[in-house]
Design a protein around this ligand. Structure first.
Ligand SMILES: [Zn+2]
Length: 237
């Protein structure tokens, strides 16, 4: 995630990626309706370079041949510009009579493994009305933690402000996603509260809704493992 050469690909082509920048911009980096079908070859994905801000890829797939389809998969690789970090990967829109779609990614400029084997992916998710990946953003911190090993550390992409009393005036400040600098200021006195910001979901009370930490529906969360590696957990709606 921190290297200029890191690339990501998705099996399904409707995705929005956000880069961390001072002045967010929005760009459609690929639209199949304009530029034609994305690659159907996992060994040679359509190569795209992300731009600072929000990047969207818009596309259509059309089923496997055994079911009468003609375009079951689209493959794309994303190169992250030097000095930038990809902070989220969101399935922004899915329109289909098929109740379940799929997206997944692996690091690299092509996809070397069996795309039908879960172990080939660094992260993947099913989505759509029939998909259930567990632990949606409408669930609580406790619901999320119940499905994870005790020594794992699920993280939000953006930090969130823990609740407590303002260090200046003493007023109680509720938990809040840290999206804007104003969140750091007390609603009563307008001064900095001095309350801690964290990305550790375990720091929040188990009854807190994930959405109140700024976690979006169908967001892919990073989960730090006790041995230092990350796994990726995609939330359902
Ligand atoms: Zn205050």
């Amino acid at each position: 995630m921190h290297s200029a050469s890191v690339t990501k690909k998705s099996l399904f082509s409707v995705a929005v990626c956000a880069l961390l920048v001072a002045a967010p911009a929005k760009a459609t980096v690929y639209n199949e309706a304009v530029s034609g079908d994305l690659s159907d070859d996992k060994a040679a994905p359509t190569a795209l370079t992300l731009t600072p801000g929000f990047n969207s890829v818009i596309g259509t797939v059309a089923g496997f041949p055994e079911f009468g389809g003609t375009d079951p998969q689209d493959w794309v690789s994303f190169t992250i510009p030097t000095g930038f970090v990809m902070t989220s990967y969101v399935n922004a829109r899915f329109v289909s009579s098929d109740p379940q779609g799929f997206t997944g990614f692996q690091v690299g400029s092509s996809f070397p493994g069996d795309e039908f084997a879960a172990g080939s992916y660094a992260g993947y998710a099913h989505f759509g009305t029939a998909a259930d990946n567990g632990g949606g953003s409408g669930s609580t911190v406790g619901d999320l933690l119940a499905g994870l090993p005790d020594d794992s550390e699920p993280l939000t992409w953006e930090g969130f402000l823990l609740p407590g009393n303002c260090g200046n005036c003493g007023a109680y400040c509720p938990i809040a996603p840290y999206l804007e600098a104003e969140v750091m200021l007390c609603a009563k006195c307008g001064q900095r509260t001095g309350l801690p910001v964290t990305q550790r979901i375990r720091d929040a009370a188990s009854s807190v809704m994930l959405r109140d930490l700024g976690v979006a529906p169908q967001e892919i969360l990073a989960v730090a493992q006790s041995w230092g590696e990350f796994r990726w957990l995609r939330l359902s709606r």
